[in-house]
Design a protein around this ligand. Structure first.
Ligand code: 5AD
Ligand code: SF4
Length: 489
């Protein structure tokens, strides 16, 4: 399961300036956090090849775009960017252009044949081959590597942190997805599920903590499915030796290990898949104060019939049981959703089921999408995309309206409470205010006073919108000075 953070506009551009006549790399990322994280791996691999990064497209020797295929709109955005790069290439003909990520994997060499817009195509498991591929394009030949791997996790690469606020960082723990939801292109573009060696995860976090990072998000398409038994695909676990099975580390164990070892660091994880989330994970969350009380738990539809057609492998009732269990162990846990509206054959009744499911859960946040048919998926091969766009749009609007009301309801419940906030950056709307997040992942804006980015501050909440809490730091509000009130109180 992937979280798309802003498929329309967000590019991750690098800010390290050129020196010593080194070649310059401009890299942009679209789509999920995994792409942003992968771009940091790519920047690290290319730094060893003598590439410095630049935020100026016009001066780049190599332009790379890390792409998303999850919805058609995401691909259209990338195509527009490729047109832009090519217009700059007319002025700077030495510039080479490469496509990374899911679109590279999906379209493979078609990109070179049909589009004539790129020199280099590299799939998500082939980034270590970049040095060879760049030699090829330097020699004037196009280069492609879209081979998916059984064991590549990039666990041995130390990512270059791009656009970092120095406070929060992502650490990838699994790659690929075995779930085969019928609407989703990810299993085809990112391959089968494999997990990263826990030791390399711990050392990456250790390094981040030493550099002053305060919040780590463990990242994967389906983190709850994490399973390390010495390497290899998740689906091959059955063939592992008795010793490997006995010493295997699942997600609950990994989370416990990380939380235990880095007690002053906030931990988050994303994304969770309902059928793979275990009671053990919930218990570990409840046990450690430093694990944030927030779960992104996509549901996609509230109708059992549609869930089945989506191959979601759980029912609406099982989802409710999971929600009830989470709330039983962690009463203040925030929960967010992904919902797709207008999946093939979706009736008004199915749509009402989604709305009533939302009423039951009252999600804190949500990410809602109209169904977009993706080539090669089971849904595309077997089902007609038969819900008219107007109907998809109307249902989506109803879902978004409901989510807005629920977010506001959840946010109101914080008014009058004092919550711990990790300051991340200046508020976009005011240079006199900080912006940070609570353990529930809710954004809080409050006057700066003498506090600094990276501080944990106790903030009393006075007002809210559907997206943000507004408040003021309590007297002696630095965590550790008083720390008298938390949401659990
Ligand atoms: N159409 C619309 N939304 C999709 N998602 C995945 N595939 C599609 C699709 N074909 C959504 C799901 C997933 C999120 C990352 O993107 O809700 O959880
Ligand atoms: Fe998420 Fe399902 Fe796609 Fe896997 S197949 S990434 S679980 S939506």
């Amino acid at each position: 399961m992937e979280k798309i953070i802003n498929e329309a506009i967000q590019g991750s551009t690098l800010t390290v300036e050129k020196n010593n006549g080194k070649r310059k790399l401009f890299i942009e990322s679209y789509g999920c956090q995994m792409n942003f994280s992968d771009s940091e791996i790519v920047a690290s691999i290319l730094a060893k090849e003598g590439f410095d990064t630049t935020h100026l497209l016009e001066e780049a020797d190599l332009v790379l775009v890390n792409t998303c295929s999850i919805r058609e709109k995401a691909e259209l955005t990338v195509r527009k960017r490729l047109e832009k790069y090519n217009s700059v290439k007319k002025i700077n003909p030495g510039m080479k252009i490469g496509v990374l990520g899911c679109m590279a994997e999906r379209l493979k060499s078609k990109f070179l044949e049909e589009e004539k817009m790129v020199d280099l195509v590299v799939g998500p498991d082939a980034y270590k081959d970049l040095p060879n591929l760049i030699e090829e394009i330097d020699a004037g030949r196009n280069a492609v590597n879209v081979i998916l791997s059984k064991d590549e996790t990039y666990g041995d690469i130390s990512p270059v942190r791009l656009q970092s606020n120095g406070v929060s960082a992502f650490v990838s723990i699994t790659r690929g997805c075995d779930n085969m939801c019928t609407f989703c292109v990810v299993p085809f573009t990112r391959g089968r599920e494999r997990s990263r060696d826990p030791q390399s995860i711990l050392s990456e976090i250790e390094d981040l903590v030493a550099k002053g990072f305060k919040e780590i998000t463990l990242l994967g398409q389906n983190v709850d499915s994490f399973l390390w038994y010495g390497g290899g695909l998740k689906k091959d676990f059955e063939k592992a030796s008795d010793f490997q099975k006995a010493t295997a580390v699942n997600f609950a164990k990994l989370l416990d290990m990380v939380a235990q070892k880095f007690q002053s660091t906030r931990l988050r994880f994303t994304t969770s898949n309902p059928q793979d989330m275990t009671i053990d994970v919930i218990k570990v969350m409840a046990k450690h104060d430093n694990i944030c009380k927030y779960i992104h738990l996509p549901i996609q539809s509230g109708s059992n019939r549609i869930l089945k057609a989506m191959n979601r492998l759980h029912t609406r009732e099982e989802y409710f049981t999971l929600i009830d269990t989470i709330k039983e162990y962690i009463p203040d846990c925030a929960i967010s959703q992904d919902i797709i509206t207008g999946f093939p054959t979706e009736t008004e009744e199915d749509h009402q089921d989604t709305l009533s499911l939302m009423d039951y859960v009252k999600y804190d946040y949500g990410f809602m999408f109209a169904y977009s048919e993706r080539p090669g998926t089971l849904a595309e091969r077997k089902l007609d995309d038969d819900i008219p766009l107007e109907v998809k749009k109307r249902r989506l609007a109803e879902i978004i309206d409901k989510q807005r009301a629920h977010s506001e309801y959840r946010h109101r419940s914080f008014i009058g409470k004092t919550v711990e906030v990790l300051i991340e950056k200046e508020s976009k709307k005011s240079d006199r205010h900080w912006s940070g997040r609570t353990t529930q992942n809710t954004v809080v804006v409050f006057p700066k006073e003498h506090y600094q980015i990276g501080d944990f501050v106790m903030v009393r909440i006075d007002e809210c919108t559907s997206a943000t809490l507004l408040g003021k730091a309590s007297p002696s509000a630095l965590k550790g000075e008083t720390f008298t009130c938390t949401l659990k109180a």
